[in-house]
Design a protein. Structure first.
Length: 379
């Protein structure tokens, strides 16, 4: 493995972004991205097709991007396979992943994570790579039509790997340096290395977060005192990202069981009030499966189906109905995002050019499962 000599980026003025401030759209707006209009493009890697919620992205001053990533080629091809070691440096260090089908293996600072449907990962500028993903062998059209879910089951884990991913601003506008290229990776050594660097731009409390869909804090709780209409009980899962995001974004999944079945892993210990997931200067709803009904501030009702996304300003829409066997991701963008700035194009290009030279410390673990938690070098 080739580890570059350490440098101090502070001398280049690269410690923090000093570009334009990020501003959530505080005007009254509603933007809908319909799945029927979706365009899947291999933007960054040939095996990954990206479907962006562009209407919401542009309407919200391009402050927050939500897209679906669909694996579409086998891992054994020369142009696919594992990624290199890299990191993302979005404003606030924010990257969210919610797996919705298939299985993945990710390496975050030398520790391996095997994740499937319903797993949530949030990380702030940590060196990582994707090692493994499942591919069903279906045609592109059939593959994109396979159902998605936040509940792990044998059927969903056998599909091609898919996940929802979110960044603050667009990935093309911030640095994404490669730390160790594919031809430099030595599997016996490199995957056990944890790296640190000074380019975090992380708010207080921000760090690494992994929520297993069957963990106690991830269990769905019954919704009480709700205006949401449904033929079956409505449940809510807090995906736990508000604190580890640095109080930038909240996240919840609102869901119902199929009629006559108990699909969702539930907790009966406590109920959830509707106002517990009402935060957000801007809100985003993405229908993972099923149907959801919304009402705008003028009383007009509109429906979203599987794959649809609505992005709206505060107090302009309410979720008023969900169908059976429905799962809806809700993200609330908080005021703290307005304290962030973008990287300038010059900073972005300079950091991408530094690549592995930004590493200022490394630690080799005895084994991939040993050592301190991921992100400890960043504390």
């Amino acid at each position: 493995m080739n580890v570059h000599a350490a440098v101090d980026p502070k001398s280049s003025g690269l410690t923090r972004p000093n570009g334009d401030p990020i501003r959530l759209n505080d005007q009254s707006f509603i933007a809908i991205d319909r799945y029927r209009d979706a365009k899947y493009e291999a933007t960054y890697r040939p095996q990954a097709l990206y479907n962006r919620a562009n209407e919401g992205f542009h309407a919200n001053n391009e402050a927050f991007l939500l897209h679906e990533v669909a694996t579409n080629l086998p891992i054994y091809r020369e142009d696919t396979g594992p990624t290199d070691f890299h990191l993302h440096l979005p404003p606030g260090g924010f990257q969210l992943v919610l797996v919705t089908s298939g299985m993945f293996t990710f390496d975050y600072d030398g520790r391996l994570y095997y994740v499937g449907p319903g797993a949530v990962m949030l990380q702030s500028a940590i060196v990582h790579r994707q090692l493994f993903y499942t591919w069903s062998g279906l045609s592109t059209e059939e593959n994109l039509a396979t159902p998605q879910t936040v509940v792990p089951d044998a059927m969903s884990m056998g599909y091609s790997g898919k996940f929802l991913e979110a960044f603050i601003t667009d990935p093309t506008t911030f640095p994404n340096p490669t730390i160790v290229g594919p031809d430099q990776i030595v599997e016996a050594e490199t995957p056990r290395i944890a790296w640190t660097h000074p380019l975090h731009d992380r708010p207080a409390d921000a760090g690494f977060w992994l929520q297993d869909p069957l963990a106690l804090e991830a269990l769905f709780k019954p919704l009480t005192d709700s205006v949401i209409k449904s033929a079956t009980p409505v449940y809510v899962r807090d995906i736990g990202i508000e604190v580890p995001s640095g109080h930038l974004v909240t996240g919840h999944i609102i869901a119902t069981d199929p009629r006559g079945q108990s699909l969702l892993p539930k907790s009966t210990a406590a109920a959830v009030a509707a106002d517990s997931f009402a935060k957000g200067e801007v809100v985003i709803y993405r229908v993972i499966r099923g149907t959801a009904e919304f009402k705008d501030s003028a009383g007009k009702v509109f429906e979203l189906a599987t794959g649809d996304v609505v992005t709206a300003s505060k107090n302009t829409i309410d979720l008023v109905g969900v169908g059976e066997n429905t799962q809806v991701l809700r993200l609330g963008l908080l005021k703290g995002m307005d304290n962030l700035r973008k990287w300038t194009p010059t900073q972005r290009d300079e950091i991408d050019g530094l690549a592995g030279q930004i590493i200022t410390r490394k630690d080799i673990r005895p084994l991939r499962t040993d050592g301190k938690p991921v992100g400890y070098l960043y504390e």
